[in-house]
Design a protein around this ligand. Structure first.
Ligand SMILES: *Cc1c(COP(=O)(O)O)cnc(C)c1O
Length: 382
């Protein structure tokens, strides 16, 4: 092996490899859109919504402009606003809590489970009590299926039902994952996902979708998606957004969805090789029995005596990129510090922010590249 090959960095994610695999299929799909010129609300958007519904089993799918819009649109369609509290985990991407604040409501941050990184049912309960003590109306919870793994939807539903909250599942990183044999997209009142290129199912730009079994909600979402339009085009009956998914992105996603199951299987093969090689030297992620992760990230926790910056530098020197999701939990960030946290604090979120680090993960990571990652991790903790 020559010097160049040995030091060529491993790809953290590899959008180009998938592009090569799909090649002409994507080009042809885009060419069809260029031929019919229905760039907005073209036939591919309706087709994609039907394909996504068939894939996950949801009754209604509303494609939209991003994962953030998907979350926000549900809050808007549900009339969430000032005086309302929406509970979310603090250890997540900022969009989860951001949409609550954008809707004029108050995000109340809850802690997460140490093993799955997902919202803890006990802390959810605590956060609801905190919201009420502060005089807020606790209206909803947004659990996140972080890094590709489903949250504990049965435990969340039990608390939400008992306390009268609706559940909006943030599956931006986890579309395609299953919980107890059922695909995400069918839990709670509604599920939001993202097709940002780096997500497990990504398009070639921004995109998202909302899943629900509630026909009335789906109708309100279709209205919110186009400025709150009513049955007459220029009679707007509520506030809305320019929240549509472009036809071009829908055409691309239709082709990508066809190979998605195969890619999920490939990601699981990578995860299982990583686990076998690494679980006795770092804290490797575990997926609850009966669930399947889509491995948006492969996130390990480092032993206490390992300095994370030094670890990342050691891997980088071997051509192995890493990333830290997330160095600060939401309640530790400038824009969100003033929002309430569940009584008792968020010690797990704070610990995770200090010791997690994510390794390269994608469906096209071959065994040689996996072995380089594994060797670099072993060297760095030795
Ligand atoms: C990516 C992401 C979003 C937002 O999706 P966009 O399409 O980038 O707007 C929301 N929540 C989580 C957990 C995410 O990872």
């Amino acid at each position: 092996m020559n010097q160049h090959l040995r030091t060529d960095p491993v790809a953290f994610i590899d959008v180009a490899a998938q592009r090569r695999r799909l090649g002409a299929k994507i080009d042809d799909a885009v060419a069809r859109v260029l031929a019919h010129c229905q760039f907005i609300n073209g036939p591919e958007v309706t087709q994609l919504e039907a394909d996504l519904a068939a894939f996950c089993g949801a009754k209604h799918v509303v494609a939209c402009a991003s994962g953030t819009d998907a979350l926000l649109m549900v809050l808007m369609a549900q009339g969430i606003g000032p005086g309302d509290a929406v509970i979310c985990p603090s250890f997540t991407f900022c969009a989860t809590g951001e949409v609550v604040a954008l809707a004029g409501a108050t995000p109340v941050f809850a802690d997460v489970d140490e093993a799955t990184f997902n919202i803890s049912a006990a802390s959810l309960k605590q956060a609801i009590a905190t919201a009420r003590r502060l005089g807020l109306r606790a209206k909803a919870v947004i659990p996140v299926d972080l890094f590709g793994q489903s949250a504990d939807h049965d435990a969340i539903a039990e608390v939400a039902d008992a306390e009268g909250l609706f559940v909006l599942d943030d599956a931006a990183q986890s579309f395609g994952a299953t919980y107890k044999g059922r695909r995400l997209g069918t839990f709670g009142l509604a599920t939001a996902t993202s097709f940002f290129p780096a997500k497990p199912l990504g398009c070639f730009g921004d995109g998202g979708a909302i899943f629900t079994d509630d026909a009335d909600l789906a109708e309100r979402l279709r209205s919110v998606r186009v400025h709150g339009q009513g049955s007459e085009k220029y009679d707007n009956v509520r506030l809305g957004l320019t929240g549509r998914l472009d036809t071009m992105q829908a055409a691309i996603l239709i082709e990508k969805l066809k190979i998605f199951d195969d890619e999920i299987a490939a990601r699981n093969r990578v995860a299982s090789r990583y686990f076998d090689a690494l679980h006795n030297i770092v804290t490797a992620p575990r997926v609850a029995d009966g669930n399947v992760s889509v491995w948006a990230q492969y996130t390990i926790r480092l032993p206490q005596d390992i300095d994370r910056d030094a670890f990342a530098a050691a891997l980088k020197a071997q051509g192995v990129p890493t990333a830290i999701y997330y160095p600060k939990s939401m309640h530790q960030q400038t824009a969100y510090k003033h929002f309430p946290v569940a009584d008792g604090g968020l010690p797990v979120s704070e610990r995770l922010s200090q010791d997690v680090i994510s390794l390269p993960m994608h469906a096209y990571l071959d065994e040689a590249a996996q072995d380089r990652v594994i060797a670099a991790v072993r060297d760095a903790v030795a």
